[in-house]
Write a protein that binds this ligand. Structure first.
Ligand code: NAD
Length: 359
């Protein structure tokens, strides 16, 4: 079998250390990878004059698969956001955020096994905004006030919420296809269609239509505020949750918090032509270069990548190995210890060695 070409973007801060850990684990599965290491972030800015150089994008376009470390957002204006840039340049419309309890990771909840599928391109997040007091805002407000019985105050700042039939269809299909491919039993559409009858109403209607194409998978829907309460009270009743961008932004962090937070939460951004996998945590600059960052979130992002490549068995081996090391509680980084004592903790490299030994 030919090696998989993957674009590896180490990123900033702790990124290079957790990226190296992940590369070592993935190589140790025995699956062959050709790693195209490319820059993005602060060093890319220094070296190429751009936080997201064209050659990095070109590499992901060619390999179709990226594995990315966190990027420090440079302070000050004028910088492209690497994450938004990647998402839009590559059409990565689906954000996949599994949240499953890992025994040994401190958390208020146990036995959580949820998957949040967030639409990545539309909704209030599309960036169509008009600032208070501007001529453009005045023009938008005048137009809206001429068309709507509800009046927008003249000094309002305005953000446009946009939901399309096609955007809704592809994200809900993605959720059902994910459910089917991964043996999940149910998809829940999350919305606020009782209030936003047209935008969220459209999303819900499309979700109901798509659901009929997958009779073997249960379907229901929940209003987003009720969904939050139900997740706190009976999370075991839910499985795969699919929703528009803004609700997905919030609920995916809620679910990450339910399973122990930043250090262990993986994600994928997936489109028709490419996919980029990354931990949800940032570059944690204060821990950079000290061999103390937790590599779990990025290694589990690597496991998600393996699943995306169809290497389910290798993905399971990696996930099992990570869980075994965390459950044993010996070779784990400081943040996974109850005492959070760096002196007694394993470093990034030692934890990675322990994971490789369990593969
Ligand atoms: P952060 O996630 O980098 O760090 C928050 C705290 O969480 C850290 O101080 C650290 O104690 C802990 N932490 C996070 N990841 C850890 C790990 N793997 N191991 C051990 N401890 C870990 O968030 P921040 O401090 O708000 O952001 C730092 C930088 O990262 C900023 O420039 C921010 O813009 C950027 N950021 C990037 C991404 C991304 O590229 N996807 C995501 C979030 C933040």
């Amino acid at each position: 079998m030919a090696a998989y070409s993957v674009t590896l973007i180490p990123g900033d801060g702790i990124g290079p250390e957790v990226a190296e850990a992940t590369r070592r684990v993935l190589d140790a599965t025995g699956i062959e990878f050709t790693w195209e290491v490319r820059d993005a972030g602060i060093e890319a800015q220094e070296r190429h004059g751009d936080v997201l150089p064209e050659e990095t994008l070109a590499s992901v376009r060619a390999t179709k698969v990226g594995l990315k470390g966190p990027i420090t957002t440079p302070i000050g204006g004028g910088f492209r956001s690497v994450n938004v840039g990647l998402r839009h340049a590559l059409g990565l419309y689906a954000n996949l955020r599994p949240g499953a309890t890992i025994p040994g990771v401190q958390s208020t909840f146990s036995d959580i096994d949820l998957v949040v599928v967030r639409e990545n391109m539309e909704d209030l997040y599309a960036g169509v905004e008009f600032d208070t007091g501007t001529a453009d805002a005045a023009q938008v407000i005048a137009t809206v006030n001429g068309l709507s019985t509800r009046q927008v105050p003249a000094d309002a700042a305005v953000s446009i919420k946009m939901i399309t039939p096609e955007g809704s269809r592809r994200i809900v299909r993605f959720a059902f296809e994910y459910a089917r491919a991964n043996g999940r039993r149910m998809v829940t559409a999350v919305h606020k269609a009782n209030i936003m009858k047209f935008t969220d109403g459209l999303f819900l209607r499309v979700a109901q239509e798509v659901a009929t194409e997958y009779p073997e998978i249960q379907f229901n829907d929940r209003i987003v505020d009720n969904m939050c309460m139900q997740l706190m009270q009976k999370p075991g009743e839910y499985d795969v949750l699919v929703m528009p961008n803004l609700y997905g932004d919030i609920l995916s962090d809620l679910v990450a918090g339910m399973v122990g937070g930043l250090g262990v939460a993986p994600s994928g951004n997936i489109g028709p032509d490419a996919a980029v996998f990354e931990p949800i945590h940032g570059s944690a600059p204060s821990h950079a270069g000290k061999d103390e960052a937790n590599p779990t979130a990025m290694i589990l992002s690597g496991a998600l990548m393996l699943r995306h490549l169809g290497e389910q068995a290798a993905a399971e081996r990696v996930e099992r190995a990570v869980k075994a090391v965390i459950a044993a509680g010996e070779q784990v980084t400081y943040d996974l210890r109850a005492d959070r004592d760096p002196a007694k903790a394993a470093g990034t490299a030692a934890m990675t060695d322990a994971i490789i030994a369990q593969l």
